[in-house]
Write a protein that binds this ligand. Structure first.
Ligand code: CP
Length: 317
């Protein structure tokens, strides 16, 4: 396995495991390819034949609404065959190991594995064991990375704001447990965003996070001031060990995005959220459904971005 396990010996993207370490030109190629697919998703016939005859296996060991569904739509729009493994009904429940499951699916002629797993590193483990013609795409591993979410976030920001070099991006909430935040921070820094801020209580901001190239704020009002882009995050209770916050209500009092707090950002600021959203905990409904919100367009852009990633790793684009 080379130093960057995502790239082959020629520097081409073979697997997508993390945004960290991806060259700027690779990120830009994915975004440009996604833009070309955005038109496909608006046609009457929303299909291109790039992955005809290929099989995409969706392996979601954790719940998902947006990622799993948009990967399925994206694969179908590329004319691939899609197999959604139902983990709850699979032989994982009888003690089969992750690698044995993957080996058996590989024996069914898989081409792409899309993997979500609660354990950080699970997609890397699979990538080390697949056959040379097979590709692995990380659909979220533990608190480590969610690269296609990061890419669709970058796509959304570029769609509305064009030039990263002039942007201040504020990421608010549970940074400590967020694979979305980590992936987006790496992407924003690689594309040259002017300033990336992380905002949250001390218990939800990892020590030393500044090393990722971000400015830390514990005061929401100060952190939102003059921001161009605000990314709200859910409290990821499923990854917290012990109580890190007094209560959801008190969290909202200090860190919930309300119309009054949004008014501290630039007048044309956009509000993003990867979902699932908890209204009244991290975001007020008036903001989630308001004119600054681009939360649902993010989901739509995710289809084109996932089409781009699958077609690039499989050599179709
Ligand atoms: N953003 C995201 O990963 O959502 P899902 O968990 O619904 O896939």
């Amino acid at each position: 396995m080379p130093a960057n396990p995502q790239l082959d010996a020629q520097g081409r993207l073979r697997h997508l495991l993390s945004i960290e370490g991806l060259p700027r030109e690779t990120i830009e190629r994915i975004l440009a390819t996604a833009e070309s697919f955005a038109g496909v998703t608006e046609r009457d016939i929303k299909k291109v034949p790039l992955l005809r005859g290929k099989s995409v296996f969706n392996l979601f060991f954790e719940p998902s609404t947006r990622t799993r569904t948009t990967f399925e739509i994206a694969a179908k729009r590329l004319s691939a065959d899609v197999i959604n493994l139902n983990i709850a009904l699979s032989s994982q429940t009888k003690g089969e190991s992750l690698l044995d499951t993957v080996a058996n699916l590989s024996a069914m002629q898989a081409d792409i594995f899309v993997v979500r797993h609660a354990s950080s590193g699970a997609p890397y483990l699979i990538a080390r064991h697949v056959k040379p013609h097979e590709h692995v795409i990380n659909a979220g591993d533990g608190r480590h990375a969610h690269p296609t979410q990061g890419l669709l976030d970058l796509y959304t920001i570029r769609h509305y704001k064009k030039d990263f070099a002039s942007l201040t991006v504020a990421i608010v909430g549970d940074i400590a447990h967020s694979r979305v935040a980590r992936s987006l921070i790496h992407g924003l820094n690689t594309l040259g965003a002017r300033e990336v801020r992380v905002i949250g209580p001390q218990t939800l901001i990892p020590t030393g996070v500044e090393a990722l190239g971000v400015r830390v704020f514990h005061d929401l009002r100060a952190g939102l001031r003059e921001a161009d882009v605000i990314v709200m995050l859910r409290l990821q209770n499923e990854r917290m060990s012990g109580a890190l916050l007094p209560s959801a209500q008190e969290y909202f009092m200090s860190y919930g995005l309300t119309p009054e707090r949004l008014a501290l950002a630039k007048p044309d600021a956009i509000v993003m959220h990867p979902g699932p959203m908890n209204r009244g905990v991290e975001i007020d409904s008036a903001v989630a459904d308001g004119p600054h919100s681009v939360i649902l367009p993010q989901v739509t852009f995710g289809i084109a971005v996932r089409m781009a990633v699958m077609s690039i790793v499989a050599g179709g684009a």
